[in-house]
Design a binder for this molecule. Structure first.
Ligand SMILES: Cc1cc2nc3c(=O)[nH]c(=O)nc-3n(C[C@H](O)[C@H](O)[C@H](O)COP(=O)(O)OP(=O)(O)OC[C@H]3O[C@@H](n4cnc5c(N)ncnc54)[C@H](O)[C@@H]3O)c2cc1C
Length: 416
């Protein structure tokens, strides 16, 4: 799809990762004429741990991807290790599925995109958005790609990932004074790729043995390989001063025996993660940002696939309700994101900011790891597994902390 002849669509979705594909699927299912575009050809790779939390499983099931999941490894929970202890913490279940999974992004993203196509969305690869100029009323009516293709549209869902070039053209600001992630992954051959637990090492150390504010992970993929990676938290004030490639090699060496790893780490890739809604300028009258573009990543564990799937659906539902055609969805999108994620993001990023201080981690780590009950609560909170339907004490406490944190925020999630 190249050349100067304009393409037309009602809903234009920019980016075909989990967020864009979910948005495309739900918009098309709602009967809207939908075009999803991506700068890359699919299938394409993406730096990721490939971990699917129960929340992602729930959203994929809602999309109709149960068959895809049946062919994947199913995990029971998290093996958390560090500060001299290891705990096996089952997923809490309740209103969420009691299992997680993992799938290489090159396969996962192609599969979600296929769902979008089967739902009726059109897909055009190799179209990189280069220019978006909203009209004087703030509405986007056309978008131009790097090869000069003009796409006319009535409304736009921007799902172009962490750096969100289209978001930037629309005035999006990513606030890096709030905690963000710096992470890398590799694929490694392992004799234990069918292990039913995903593993996180909460005591990540640098080359001098110094404690780092982050964690290492090993996520079994069930195909003779594991996804092995490291992630650290940073802020403008405390930038992550780490060589991720070296850190991955060091972490690999530390895990090689336990995970029966062999061969060199393959396809090492790193990326930044905006977190906790630390992004402003996420909507205009007929456009919204969703997924990573809107900073929808859990500050406590770096997961964003589930938020991408959810916010893609929410954006499509908002558009299906009609507001973006004549009204102003900006007035609805920020409150919607805030109601759904604001309190949890606010509390999580406050806690994550504490973890960027090595002294805090050195004190809190051993205390937290001493108690299985505390770690069970931590898994639920860190895994974003408290839902509005949950009425137990932990859920009430976490929501209460979130509300208080939100009230204290100088710049709440998604706010300017
Ligand atoms: C190392 C690492 C490990 C992670 N591990 C996990 C994990 O285990 N589990 C988890 O849930 N999350 C994890 N995450 C986070 C997760 O990868 C993201 O939250 C998720 O990919 C967000 O999906 P998205 O669709 O919003 O963005 P993306 O998946 O980044 O998709 C954005 C798409 O937009 C396209 N695009 C960009 N610019 C343009 C343009 N100008 N024009 C057209 N298209 C464009 C890109 O080509 C891309 O296909 C990890 C992240 C990192 C960096």
């Amino acid at each position: 799809m190249t050349g100067m002849s304009p393409l037309q669509t009602d809903v234009l979705v920019i980016g075909a990762g989990p967020t864009g594909a979910s948005a495309g699927a739900w918009a098309a299912r709602a009967g809207l004429d939908t075009l999803v575009i991506d700068a890359q050809e699919f299938p394409r790779d993406k730096a990721c741990g490939d971990g699917l939390t129960p929340r992602a499983i729930a959203e994929m099931t809602r999309l109709g991807m149960a068959d895809f999941l049946r062919g994947r490894p199913s995990n029971w929970g998290l093996r958390a290790a560090g500060f001299g202890r290891t705990w096996h913490l089952p997923w809490p279940g309740g209103t969420m599925p009691a299992h997680g999974s993992a799938a290489p992004r090159v396969e996962l993203d192609a599969a979600i995109l296929e769902v979008a196509r089967q739902s009726g969305a059109r897909f055009a690869p190799g179209l990189k958005v280069a220019q978006i100029k909203p009209d004087a009323d703030g509405r986007i009516r056309e978008v131009t790609t790097a090869d000069g293709t003009v796409i006319r549209c009535r409304r736009v869902i921007v799902a172009d990932g962490a750096r969100s070039p289209s978001g930037r053209l629309l005035g999006r600001t990513w606030h890096r004074d709030t905690v963000y992630g710096v992470a890398a992954r590799a694929y490694v051959t392992s004799q234990r790729s069918a292990d039913p637990w995903i593993s996180s090492h909460l005591e990540l150390r640098g080359s001098e043995g110094e404690i780092l504010s982050g964690y290492g992970w090993v996520f079994p993929l069930g195909d003779g390989t594991v996804n092995l990676g490291v992630g650290t938290l940073a802020t403008d004030r405390r930038p992550a001063d780490v060589n991720l490639r070296r850190l991955i090699e060091q972490y690999y060496a530390g895990q090689a025996e336990e995970w029966q790893l062999s061969g060199a780490p393959q396809r090492v890739r790193s990326a930044l993660l905006p977190m906790g809604g630390a992004v402003s300028g996420v909507a205009g009258p007929n456009w919204v940002l969703a997924g990573d573009a809107a900073g929808c990543v859990n500050p406590l564990n770096g997961e964003g696939i589930d938020y991408g799937l959810e916010t893609g659906r929410l954006a499509a539902q908002l558009f299906a309700a009609g507001g973006a055609v004549t009204g102003d969805v900006a007035a609805e999108w920020v409150p919607l994101l805030t109601t759904r994620y604001g309190a949890a993001f606010s509390a999580a990023r406050r806690l994550a900011a504490l973890l960027t201080a090595p002294e805090f981690l050195l004190r809190a780590g051993p205390v937290g790891m001493r108690s299985r009950s505390l770690m069970t609560v931590a898994l639920r909170v860190m895994g974003n597994l408290v839902t509005p339907e949950d009425t137990d004490a932990v859920a009430r406490l976490w929501r209460g902390l979130g509300r208080t944190s939100l009230r204290l925020d100088e710049r709440p999630p998604f706010a300017a």
